[in-house]
Write a protein that binds this ligand. Structure first.
Ligand code: MN
Length: 201
């Protein structure tokens, strides 16, 4: 079955003032929609057309060479954005708790150190990409990816990612990627991240 653009789990303006409604509208209705349609165009008629997106991204090396790059970029874009929308909530922000908090303290020293690592990866990503919190062989780690690459293609489990493409922030923050990342921390849904951690750990 072809990929479908998921609805946002909240209103376009629900993440105001941190993420503005215009950005959410363009980002979801235009950018994410285009990733979905381009991925579907590339996969249509191939043996991969009915494969879940996670499996496709884990199997990029097995894809026909003539569609590998377009699928990597657009199925990746679909997967990344579906994860991104559900990682944010109007009741987000604050700090993680429970097992996830303990694992963060163990891996990074403190929640503030984790935030610093996510921030540093996001700011250090030249051009477009993402900064990720991943589970890698049972250990938490922070890493970046260019374009729409996802750690899942390297056998890791993404728990949280911040989109640092300019389309994610330019309408409100212009060139101020640091201000956008700081604002984004105010809408991160740590309960969802904890559920992903529990499911994957
Ligand atoms: Mn994006």
């Amino acid at each position: 079955m072809a990929y479908e653009l998921p609805d946002l789990p909240y209103a376009y303006d629900a993440l105001e003032p941190h993420i503005d409604a215009d950005t959410m509208r363009f980002h979801h209705d235009k950018h994410h929609a285009t990733y979905v349609s381009r991925a579907n165009e590339a996969l249509e008629g191939t043996q991969w057309a009915d494969t879940p997106v996670e499996e496709v991204l884990k199997s990029l090396d097995s894809l026909p060479e003539n569609i590998r790059t377009v699928v990597r970029n657009n199925a990746g874009g679909h997967y990344n954005h579906a994860l991104f929308w559900t990682s944010m909530s109007p009741s987000g922000g604050g700090a993680p708790s429970g097992d996830l908090a303990a694992a963060i303290d163990s891996a990074f020293g403190s929640f503030d150190e984790l935030k610093a690592a996510i921030r540093a990866r996001g700011l250090g990503q030249f051009g477009s990409g993402w900064s990720w919190l991943v589970l890698d062989g049972g250990k938490l780690a922070v890493e970046g990816s260019p374009n729409q690459d996802n750690p899942i293609s390297q056998g890791k489990t993404p728990l949280l990612g911040v989109d640092v493409w300019e389309h994610a922030y330019y309408l409100k923050y212009q060139n101020l990627r640091p201000a956008y990342i700081e604002a984004w921390f105010n809408v991160v849904d740590w309960d969802v991240v904890a559920q992903r951690f529990a499911a994957a750990a």
